[in-house]
Design a binder for this molecule. Structure first.
Ligand SMILES: [Fe+2]
Length: 171
């Protein structure tokens, strides 16, 4: 593995620790972030993009959720999108990460429920990975037709769509 590979691997582990510290005993959130990271890495290996941005954004994408619940009594997407970026920035600033990369990661977090202001490949990967994890949880009773509609509507990368079809659409 290259030097840079090692650096990204170490940083990945450190960011996972930071995320776990913030989520504390909320095992469900920790599991969710790790599941999204797993899919994001799979999609990234096919679709490309910046490895650090993808990993950091996946690990930290929901990092504002507890603060949103504390402040507004709601984990609604818009509150998470407001509360997540400053928390992520505080974490990322402690490492040797460029200002541009931190900006990109926090913009992904600020848009991960709305897809309003960003459309980079790294964003699309996080978007798809989050949907892959959320579909079974958010639509437990969806029939085949409903799943088919969701899968055909939401995915933004070819590989995300491919995995979704494999998981959710019976052929
Ligand atoms: Fe998520």
């Amino acid at each position: 593995m290259s030097m840079r590979g090692h650096v990204v691997t170490d940083l990945r582990d450190q960011l996972i620790d930071d995320m776990k510290r913030i989520f504390g005993r909320d095992g469900k959130r920790i599991e969710h972030a790790l599941a999204v990271l797993d899919y994001a890495e799979r999609i990234h290996s096919v679709e490309g993009g910046d490895s650090l941005i993808v990993k950091a954004a996946a690990i930290l994408h929901d990092i504002g959720i507890l603060e949103a619940e504390r402040k507004y009594g709601s984990s609604a997407g818009k509150y998470q999108e407001m509360e997540g970026p400053p928390i992520a920035e505080d974490i990322l600033k402690r490492y040797d990460i460029s200002v541009e990369a931190i900006d990109h990661i926090t913009r992904i977090i600020a848009n991960h429920h709305s897809a309003r202001d960003i459309d980079t490949i790294e964003f699309r990967i996080i978007w798809d990975a989050d949907w892959l994890v959320n579909i079974p949880a958010d639509f437990p009773d969806a029939d085949d037709e409903k799943r088919y509609k969701i899968v055909n509507k939401v995915f933004k990368t070819r590989e995300g769509y491919r995995i979704a079809k494999e998981l959710f659409i019976k052929s």
